[in-house]
Design a protein around this ligand. Structure first.
Ligand code: ZN
Length: 360
C-alpha cells in the first residue's frame, strides 16, 4: 500500500539577472530559502473564519471549505514544532492567534493535499492565504512524520529523494503509475516535480543522500532500479535523522552570543563572514529619528531588522540584495528606549575588500 505523500507546488523561480558567476548564483539558490538565524517564526492555525472556495466536480458550483483543524490535529503540529525547537536551534516558534502576525499560516483542509511553502518563500504568500496545509488526519499512526516533514519544508528543506547525490535511477513509468493511483491521484507534472526532478547541488540538505531523513518519502518496491538495495522500497523511520539534525543546526546554530554586540550610529563594523554565515548586532537608539542600516562591500546578503517587543524580536524590515549590484539598506524609524536587532546573513562575497555594516 502506497503512503500518501506531501506534494509541493512548484516553488517561485528567483528572478536573478543573467550572467551571474556560477558560484555566486549557487550561493543565492542555496541561501535564499533560509531564514536569518534568530528569527522567531510565528505560526497560527487558520481558524474557523478562514477558508476557501472549492470547486464541486461536475456541478460548475463551488462550496466553502474551512481551513480550521480540530484541537487534536493542531496539537500534533504543536508537538512537532516543539521537537524541532528542542534540537536547540537558533530559530524559535511561537503560536499566535492573529494570522496577519504569522509568517506560517497552517490549514487543515481535507482533500487539498499536504504541502508547505519552503522557508522564506512563505513571505511571498498573501496574509490571508495558507503557507502550509494538512490534507489528512494527523492523529493516525505514523502521521506525526507528516507534520515533522512539513515543518522541515518551512525551515527551508527540500525532498531528500531528489538529492543529486542519491544517484537514484528511477523506473520513471512505474513511479508515474504508482502516484497516479490511490491514494495520491497525482498528475505526471506533480509526480515529476516532487519525485523525479533532481535538485541542483545548491538546493540539497546535505552532501550525501540520507534515506533515513524525515524529508525522504517512504516508497514501495519496484520504483527504484538503482541502487539495487532499494529495489524493495525505501522505508524511512519517520523521525528526525542525525543528518537532519546536523543540517538544521549548521544552518540555524544556537544563538551565541546571547547578547549581540552593539551597532553604534556612524561606526562601521567589519563583518568577516564566510558563505552562509551570519552576524548579529543590537541597536539601542540614542534618539528617536529615521535611521538607515546599510551594508558595504562586494557581496550578496540579506539584512533583517527586528524590534524587541515583549522580550521577543519582531520582524520590522528586511532587504535581500542577492543577485543585484546594490548593497542592502533599510530605512526605519527607531525609537529611543526600545531595542532593535540587525542580522546579516552572507550568501557569498567577492572582490578584495571587507564587507561591513553601519547604521546612521
Ligand atoms: Zn514534502
Amino acid at each position: 500500500m502506497t503512503a500518501r505523500h506531501c506534494s509541493l507546488p512548484p516553488q517561485p523561480a528567483p528572478a536573478y539577472p543573467p550572467g551571474l558567476a556560477a558560484e555566486r548564483l549557487g550561493a543565492l539558490i542555496g541561501g535564499r530559502r533560509l531564514w536569518v538565524n534568530g528569527t522567531v517564526l510565528h505560526y497560527c492555525f487558520s481558524g474557523d473564519t478562514a477558508g476557501s472556495e472549492i470547486a464541486v466536480p461536475g456541478t460548475g458550483r463551488t462550496r466553502w471549505v474551512s481551513w480550521g483543524g480540530a484541537e487534536e490535529q493542531q496539537d500534533v503540529v504543536r508537538e512537532c514544532f516543539e521537537e524541532w525547537r528542542g534540537l536547540g536551534l537558533g530559530l524559535t516558534f511561537t503560536e499566535v492567534r492573529d494570522r496577519t502576525e504569522a509568517e506560517l499560516r497552517i490549514g487543515f483542509q481535507l482533500g487539498d493535499g499536504t504541502w508547505s511553502a519552503v522557508g522564506r518563500d512563505a513571505l511571498r504568500v498573501g496574509v490571508h492565504e495558507r503557507t502550509m496545509n494538512f490534507g489528512w488526519d494527523l492523529t493516525a499512526p505514523g502521521e506525526r512524520a507528516t507534520a515533522l516533514h512539513q515543518i522541515g519544508h518551512a525551515l527551508g528543506m527540500l525532498h531528500e529523494h531528489q538529492s543529486p547525490y542519491a544517484g537514484i535511477h528511477w523506473d520513471d513509468e512505474a513511479v508515474y503509475a504508482e502516484l497516479a493511483g490511490p491514494p495520491n491521484h497525482w498528475s505526471r507534472d506533480r509526480t515529476y516535480h516532487n519525485i523525479l526532478r533532481r535538485l541542483g547541488p545548491d538546493e540539497v540538505n546535505g552532501s550525501v543522500w540520507d534515506p533515513q531523513s524525515i524529508m525522504q518519502y517512504a516508497l514501495p518496491p519496484g520504483l527504484i532500479l538503482e541502487p539495487e538495495q532499494y529495489h524493495g522500497g525505501v522505508y524511512p523511520p519517520g523521525t528526525l535523522s542525525p543528518a537532519d539534525k546536523e543540517f538544521v543546526l549548521r544552518r540555524y546554530p544556537p544563538a551565541d552570543p546571547p547578547r549581540p554586540p552593539p551597532l553604534v550610529p556612524f561606526r562601521s563594523v567589519p563583518l568577516g563572514l564566510g558563505p552562509g554565515e551570519q552576524a548579529d548586532f543590537r541597536i539601542d537608539p540614542p534618539e528617536t529619528r529615521d535611521y538607515t542600516v546599510g551594508t558595504f562591500g562586494e557581496a550578496d546578503r540579506v539584512v533583517v531588522l527586528f524590534e524587541e517587543r515583549d522580550g521577543e524580536p519582531r520582524f520590522l524590515a528586511g532587504h535581500d540584495d542577492g543577485g543585484t549590484a546594490h548593497n542592502a539598506a533599510i530605512a526605519a524609524r527607531l525609537v529611543k528606549g526600545r531595542r532593535y536587532y540587525v542580522r546579516v546573513r552572507l550568501y557569498s562575497a567577492w572582490g578584495p575588500g571587507e564587507t561591513a555594516v553601519m547604521c546612521w
